[in-house]
Design a protein around this ligand. Sequence first.
Ligand SMILES: [Zn+2]
Length: 313
Amino acid sequence: MLWKSRKPRRLTLVVITEANSPVRRVRIPRPVLWVTPALIAAAVVGSGLSYVKTTDQLRQQMTVEREQFQHASESKDETIDLLQSEMASITEEADRIRDKLEELRHLEEEVKRLSNVKPEAAAAPPAASSRGGESHELSGDRLVEAASETHNSLVDMHRQMEDLSDKLAMVKSALEEQQRIEQLTPSIWPASSRKVTSGYGFRSDPFTFSPSFHSGLDIDGNTGDSVLASAAGIVLETGWDALHGNYIKLEHTRGLRTIYMHLSAILIEKGDEVTKGMKIGKIGSTGRSTGSHLHYEVEKDGQSVDPRKYLPR
Ligand SMILES: [Zn+2]
């Protein structure tokens, strides 16, 4: 293909298709020659502008999408962080509850032991509730909410157990005090014999046969038989005099004292601590006595009372 200029007003385009085929001439008016490149150029510029515009739009769209993705990703990270922190709190709370439960179990055993409650057949721990059916995947927000609710209920359970623990501790200390008082209160026979030869109250004196007041119980017994402390306490006094013979006076609690007279032997000393049922002396017939027996007296706030009130029925 080549350009041939014949006249200044137009151009002839010679087209040779094959070597032996005839040559074709196409005459092109000159103005067309000028307009065509301009049209082509305009088309190129136009499509170029359109291309630039489309590219900008795409770029903007991508930026928006990238930002949205970043935001979603950050939000996911925050959710995961929140969940992790919630889970850590729940685990911590569960551990505290487990410890507290263990403590309560020990306390329960202690209370049972103190109150002589026979331990029940070991109760099986409640079976884990069976779960079935399809599970629903929770959204991130709902998951955080659920974890937070669980945590709150665990905190509440822990608070309730603290209350229960405090109450049990109070019951335990009340029971311990009760047990202490029981130990310090006369409640057992001071000798193995249960035979009372002379009761508490007015009687005729065994020596003078005149009416007199007998301030204790005379309990039958052989010389050398054990005399037992009827309650725990402190030895207030031991001694001998012509009336009481060898005697022991014990101090207990709430103004209570017990006195043991006519002993053949004293096995403790003033100031000693004694326990309930402890052997403190031996039956005899010392002092103003007609035969071997134990004279047993109980005093309340300095006044003798009927010892039978402090003996088992
Ligand atoms: Zn007597």
